[in-house]
Design a binder for this molecule. Structure first.
Ligand code: GLN
Length: 187
């Protein structure tokens, strides 16, 4: 059985751990390179992308993680995690540049910075309840990116090879379908 890690520096990692347990896979919190070495896939949770970026660099996890992503390890970034995986963030180069998307942080604006919406997801017969919290907007997705869900005409769930991103928080619902979609990416 594969072991799926959750980056546990900061943010909503406990909820992802719970969701993975619900899906019946082994899981562990990842803070150190030696922990990363023990997992077959990884989730980057939501939280604060700038803090996560700093913590990743300080912990020595950035380099080995970038290497694992390049080697094809399945990785799923939600919200701040999606920001870390994006090619471009606020018109500047992103941290991992693992998926060909351009994102703009906190882009829904102050008045509606958090909201919920029923999302149509490719392959799901019933909508998925999307919880958006100070979410980024995916302004552009490259032609090799598979857009799995859109809100207001923009991608909110997207996949390219081994990389899956959601600008919302599937771990904050009881619905494990998106986590299962991610688990299917593990060979
Ligand atoms: N606004 C946060 C950031 O820019 C992301 C918010 C979230 O992960 N819920 O990092």
């Amino acid at each position: 059985m594969p072991k799926v890690g959750v980056l546990a520096m900061q943010g909503a990692f406990i909820e992802h751990i719970k969701m993975l347990k619900k899906c019946g896979v082994k899981t562990m919190e990842v803070r150190l390179p030696k922990e990363l070495a023990k997992v077959q896939a990884l989730i980057l949770p939501g939280g604060e992308s700038t803090s996560n970026r700093k913590l990743l660099e300080e912990s020595g996890l950035f380099k080995p993680l970038a290497e694992r992503i390049k080697q094809g390890m399945p990785i799923f970034g939600t919200c701040a995690g999606a920001i870390l995986l994006a090619k471009t963030v606020d018109s500047k180069p992103g941290l991992f540049q693992a998926i060909d998307i351009s994102v703009k942080k906190n882009a829904y604006g102050r008045q509606i910075d958090s909201f919920e919406a029923e999302l149509k997801v490719k392959g799901f017969p019933k909508p998925f309840h999307g919880v958006f919290i100070r979410a980024p907007i995916i302004e552009q997705a490259g032609k090799n990116v598979d857009v799995l869900s859109e809100f207001e005409g923009r991608a909110v769930l997207a996949k390219q090879n081994n990389v899956l991103v959601a600008t919302f928080h599937p771990e904050l619902t009881d619905d494990a379908r998106i986590h299962r979609l991610f688990l299917e990416m593990i060979k």
